[in-house]
Design a protein around this ligand. Structure first.
Ligand code: FPP
Length: 239
């Protein structure tokens, strides 16, 4: 499947307001697999295909930044077989992206999360994907891999302390965390209604959209429903 082919889609609605930065928690893969008597990794595989479709759709809609929560710092506690299966899916995607960089359209691929713990082979593919798409000016697709919001903030504060700061401001922290813009909308399928350590700092004023659909069943129509709802929200940013 071409990663960044811009498809004409007669069904695509237009929106008056789009989130500048959309965050997506890809949840429900395990339950999707269990319902079908399949191993959990089958749910992740299907979820990876949905990621491809939805990340491309976000780009085609013109959303500037989209971050997908792919692997949290807590996910290492899962059975080794499941962790390996997820890492293999990331690798497959990046190998596929590598085939496609030349005709990659204009999208950027970026990563947020700790590098420690990730295999050198995967890190090399991640670095290559970032470098090869760095000059692109279209949608930035962030993959949060080995990511934890608390850890992101703690690391930022520790860096500031190491630089000699004895007191920090919000701006200091904003400047020291991963360079991801403020998040405007978070989508979480699968019926759960929690943030799960995702973009803690960046989502301070994010709108939330929940749905019972499991991520492997998530369709473009679910994305449109979330965006339609976002369009109607009255955002006051505490004012
Ligand atoms: C949470 O659902 C999902 C994850 C821990 C992994 C998400 C990763 C993917 C969908 C693969 C993405 C692939 C690429 C190439 C970016 P869960 O398994 O905890 O579901 P459950 O709550 O139903 O058990």
């Amino acid at each position: 499947m071409a990663l960044f082919t811009k498809k004409k889609d007669e069904e695509r609605p237009s929106f008056q307001v789009l989130p500048n930065h959309l965050g997506i928690i890809m949840d429900g893969n395990g339950r999707w697999a269990k319902k079908r008597g399949l191993p959990r990794k089958a749910g992740h595989k299907q979820g990876a295909d949905v990621f491809r479709t939805i990340s491309q759709e976000c780009a085609d809609l013109g959303i500037r930044y989209v971050t997908f929560y792919a692997f949290s710092t807590e996910n290492w506690k899962r059975p080794q077989e499941e962790v390996d299966a997820l890492m293999a899916l990331f690798k497959d995607y990046l190998l596929e992206a590598k085939q496609d960089f030349v005709k990659a359209g204009n999208n950027k691929i970026k990563f947020i999360g700790e590098r420690e713990g990730i295999s050198p082979e995967l890190l090399e593919l991640m670095d290559e994907a970032e470098a090869e798409t760095a000059g692109h000016t279209g949608t930035t697709v962030y993959l949060a891999i080995n990511y934890g919001g608390r850890q992101e903030i703690v690391s930022a504060v520790n860096r500031l302390i190491a630089e000699g700061k004895t007191a920090v401001t919000e701006q200091d922290i904003s400047d020291s965390i991963y360079t991801v813009p403020e998040c405007d909308l978070i989508i979480r399928p699968s019926g759960e209604q929690r943030l799960s350590n995702f973009l803690l700092w960046q989502a301070a004023y994010a709108e939330f959209w929940y749905s019972d659909v499991l991520w492997p069943d998530f369709k473009k129509s679910d994305l449109y429903a979330a965006l339609r709802e976002f369009e109607k929200r009255n955002r006051r940013f505490g004012g």
